[in-house]
Design a protein around this ligand. Structure first.
Ligand SMILES: NC(=O)c1ccc[n+]([C@@H]2O[C@H](COP(=O)([O-])OP(=O)(O)OC[C@H]3O[C@@H](n4cnc5c(N)ncnc54)[C@H](OP(=O)(O)O)[C@@H]3O)[C@@H](O)[C@H]2O)c1
Length: 243
């Protein structure tokens, strides 16, 4: 087993996930680039390697049990353990998502990726996280899933547009995260949610105001927390996000 820290980032072929992989790589980590499509995965791995990152491709569709099982086998064979899992892959489900007119199929699809996908990947990787001296799980959430902000006076600038599939999927993910925190309270696994801010990526037609590098910073921080660091929190660059 290598002393080098090893991470898996889901949805790392582009956007914020790619920059999380790049940032962890720049810190000397070996990074598994989780991505479901081979051409995009290979291109991302090649770009990361060109910039000096010890990156390797991990075929991974978070909605597909056999794909996730194979990804776990790949990590087990390569490293035998996992120091950080960053559950970054996510979708909005497209829009508009007015509650009164939404197609329930959109909600199912979004929850399958943004919530059940995270559970599927986390459970597959837990045995290897348990073999790490300092395991970390980072779930890429969004402040649009903050019930406090949704019900506050901020309006669309702080909570995004009405989106009955996407926003509640992140509230659901936050709630699921806390269930893991409770179950794993007697372990040394630090588990937190990150919000990247409003970032210009494919997810929002590049309308976001922050760069993917800026959006990656909180997740990188949470993936590399020192022992004794926070767990069960929800963080953005400015600090704690209220649930
Ligand atoms: N951008 C923002 O302003 C913002 C704000 C708050 C939170 N977030 C969250 O940040 C995370 C990253 O988003 P992003 O903005 O970087 O979006 P993005 O550029 O669209 O990237 C999303 C990534 O997730 C992958 N993905 C989607 N479904 C997948 C599946 N079933 N299996 C594996 N990978 C899958 C995509 O792969 P493909 O290329 O194959 O589609 C892509 O790599 C998401 O969880 C998002 O909800 C983003």
């Amino acid at each position: 087993m290598s002393d080098k820290k090893i991470a898996l980032v889901t949805g790392a072929n582009k956007g914020i996930g790619y920059e999380i992989a790049a940032g962890l790589g720049a810190l000397g980590w070996s990074v598994g680039v989780g991505a479901r499509e081979q051409t995009r995965r290979d291109a991302a791995v090649a770009r990361l390697r060109d910039s000096g990152v010890d990156a390797f491709g991990v075929p991974l569709d978070v909605t597909d049990d056999p794909s996730v099982a194979a990804a776990a086998d790949l990590i087990a064979e390569r490293a035998g353990r996992l120091d950080a899992l960053v559950n970054n892959a996510g979708i909005t489900g497209g829009g508009p998502q007015q509650p009164s007119s939404v197609d329930p199929a959109v909600i199912r699809t979004v929850v399958e990726t943004n919530v059940i996908g995270v559970i599927r990947v986390t459970n597959a990787m837990l045995p290897m996280l348990r073999r790490s001296a300092s395991p970390r799980i980072v779930n890429m959430s969004s402040s649009v899933g903050s019930l406090t902000r949704q019900s506050g006076p901020g309006g669309e600038t702080s909570t995004g547009p009405v989106a009955v599939a996407y926003a509640p999927s992140k509230s659901f993910l936050n709630a699921v995260t806390l269930q893991y925190v409770r179950e794993l309270a007697d372990t040394n696994i630090l588990i937190n949610c990150a919000c990247p801010g409003y970032v210009a990526t494919d997810l929002n037609g590049f309308r976001g105001l922050r760069t993917p590098q800026q959006g990656a910073a909180t997740a990188i921080h949470l993936a590399t927390l020192p022992d004794g660091g926070p767990t069960g929190g929800f963080f953005e660059d400015a600090g704690v996000v209220p649930w």
